[in-house]
Design a protein around this ligand. Sequence first.
Ligand SMILES: NC(=O)c1ccc[n+]([C@@H]2O[C@H](COP(=O)([O-])OP(=O)(O)OC[C@H]3O[C@@H](n4cnc5c(N)ncnc54)[C@H](OP(=O)(O)O)[C@@H]3O)[C@@H](O)[C@H]2O)c1
Length: 297
Amino acid sequence: MNTSNKIQARVSVIGLGNMGYKLAELLLQKGYEVTVWNRSAHKAGALVAEGAVLAETVAEAIAASPVTVICVYDYNATKAILRHDDVAAAVHGKTLIELTTGSPEQADEAESWARRNKATYLDGAIQAAPEQMGRKDTPIFISGNEEVFRKHGDLLQVFGGGVSYLGSHAGAASAMDLATLSYLYGSIIGFFHGARIVESEGMDVGVYGKLTADITPTFGEFLEHEGKVIRSGNFEISQSPLRISVEAVERILKQAKGSGINTELPELASGLLQKAKAAGYENEELAALIKVMRKSA
Ligand SMILES: NC(=O)c1ccc[n+]([C@@H]2O[C@H](COP(=O)([O-])OP(=O)(O)OC[C@H]3O[C@@H](n4cnc5c(N)ncnc54)[C@H](OP(=O)(O)O)[C@@H]3O)[C@@H](O)[C@H]2O)c1
């Protein structure tokens, strides 16, 4: 951080929900001069006690710093906050860093609005919970103008050491967020199906949760490999033949039917893997499943 330059060390934070509050707190802890604004002003109380300045209006918050970080519920909230004449005037010459979660289209639209009002813009997608922010590996996706990204690299590092810059297309961070969330929700639903298996077998779901956490890093490494296989287009078996997964999923489906638990997840997985088998991908790497998924349902 360039603390010799006071202007560079000033940051405004709009939105003091669970995430925005944490971002403001981390900035204060790192010695930034922080101005905050929140629809419900009372949430700023403890931050003000720690040295933050509470702005009375959004325009005042933006005017106070060269950079404003926005982290509110969704882009509709951002619109409700920013789309006022006094705010549009206040953003001239400023940088907006939007860390609210949204779609690629919403990010592109927000960047266009910023550009029309002569502000520079970065869009981000936080991949962690508030308590996990500020760690050396906290993952955050950022996209937008590269020069602007480089200029504010130190600031972004305050929020997490695992910042990944995904290119100049503003919507890229949100697009990648949709992809990682897809992975997450597939896993989450899989986790709950697994919990039903454990329950139906009269075992301890707490132990299952711990074991799932234990296997996750190894599993992540495997997925990284499968990503590289898809990129290469070479589906020769390198780690895991697709046929193993066909058999595994049929076992999961059989157990679900036999024990009377919900079968929706294994039916979905079985449907996709059986299509891959029928297409002749059984003796290819598991990643060949992507060839089935490239076709619309
Ligand atoms: N929490 C997480 O684990 C997590 C993880 C990754 C990403 N994120 C993303 O971070 C963003 C913020 O999440 P959060 O957990 O801080 O949410 P939150 O605790 O529900 O806070 C929502 C914030 O948005 C403000 N807000 C909502 N509607 C508004 C409106 N119409 N006008 C003005 N302000 C409005 C709220 O103001 P009031 O205080 O006045 O209600 C509050 O500051 C979301 O986009 C979320 O997806 C969160």
